[in-house]
Write a protein that binds this ligand. Structure first.
Ligand code: 13P
Length: 335
């Protein structure tokens, strides 16, 4: 078990975080469509390999979450997991098969992918993966997340986590309470706390060794349609309150998702969290959009500008890494 704790710490220590590059082919098509790039297998690989070969991988990216397509790809005859390993980073894999409509609560989702998971994990391990990700997704409204959504998704996250540890990998436990809606930050705090507490109740029931896990939660924010803006300090206070009250102390670290925040918001908020963090939890990033957006935009203008794209990505990764240490500032961001 200490081996799993070592892997978890390798991924999130020393100001490092996670690059979430595990968009499904459908989601990646949406991202590429938005910058007018055709979503071919070759283009998906080209963009992703550009990131994985960047200088900042060594100092800022402790782990990369891959999608099934990418973990099996090669670039210039080298496998993608090997390219990541050579940068000193740990290859990981998204293993859920997506969120589907939840029976008897059709406006909510349950994440699928448990059938045949043990066998799939063996293959991913042999391809080099040493950690995995599973995302449960919850919506906020007057009646949601419902008790059914909270308990079924927690149960699935626990069964997934137990299987991942059995296969020698670290599970990333991702219960994402979406920021869509008109709710207040206080409501987000209340509902996210309920969701996270239930996850740990199930993980403990399923005998998951918490020292060999990483939590990937949302930050506590007002709903994106609420027209309410609160400061990064208030976001940090609420997020720290939620996590210190809901997450067992054995969990080594917390790697936030960006969830639709801009790159700067996600960096600024993480920085504020780390400035105020008095807990023993490492608090870092596991960003998809907030690490990739500017790089993708730059790359879309000239698919052969590898160096320019890497420069944009390196800056973002360096800013996130500073935020993971509480050492980011708007001044540094601009220089
Ligand atoms: P975002 O940071 O874009 O929310 O993506 C992180 C992720 O992995 C969601 O599952």
């Amino acid at each position: 078990m200490s081996e799993l704790n070592n892997i978890a710490l390798k991924i999130i220590s020393l100001g490092k975080g996670i690059l979430a590059a595990d968009e499904s082919t459908g989601t990646m098509k949406k991202r590429l469509d938005s910058v007018n790039v055709v979503s071919t297998e070759e283009n998906r690989l080209k963009f992703r390999n550009t990131l994985f070969s960047s200088e900042s991988m060594k100092s800022c990216i402790g782990g990369v979450i891959l999608y099934d397509e990418t973990i099996k790809q090669n670039f210039n005859n080298t496998s993608i997991p090997k390219i990541i390993l050579e940068k000193g980073s740990v290859p990981g894999i998204k293993v859920d098969t997506g969120a589907k409509i939840l029976a008897n609560s059709k406006d909510e989702k349950i994440t699928e992918g448990l059938d045949g998971l043990r066998e799939r994990l063996k293959i991913y391990y042999s391809l080099g993966a040493r950690f995995a990700k599973w995302r449960g997704v919850y919506v906020i409204s007057d009646s949601f997340p419902s008790k059914i959504a909270i308990s079924t998704n927690a149960h699935a996250l626990a069964r997934y986590s137990a299987l991942v540890q059995e296969s020698g990998m670290v599970p990333i436990v991702e219960p994402e309470v979406l920021m869509d809606g008109t709710h207040s930050a206080e409501t987000c705090l209340k509902k996210t706390s309920e969701v996270i507490k239930k996850c740990y109740e199930e993980l403990i029931l399923h005998k998951v060794e918490l020292t060999g896990t990483i939590l990937k939660p949302n930050m506590i924010l007002p709903g994106s349609s609420s027209n309410k803006k609160i400061s990064a300090e208030e976001i940090a206070d609420l997020t720290l309150k939620c996590l210190t009250e809901s997450v067992p102390s054995e969990v080594p670290g917390i790697a936030f998702l960006s969830g639709g925040q801009t790159e700067i918001e996600a960096t600024k908020n993480l920085n504020a969290i780390n400035k105020k963090n008095k807990s023993n939890f490492i608090m870092t990033y596991s960003y998809g959009r907030a690490l990739q957006q500017s790089a993708l935009k730059h790359w879309s203008k000239n698919l052969d500008d590898i160096e320019g794209t890497q420069k944009v990505f390196n800056h973002r990764a360096n800013m996130c890494s500073l935020a993971a240490k509480g050492k980011w500032s708007e001044q540094i961001e601009k220089n």
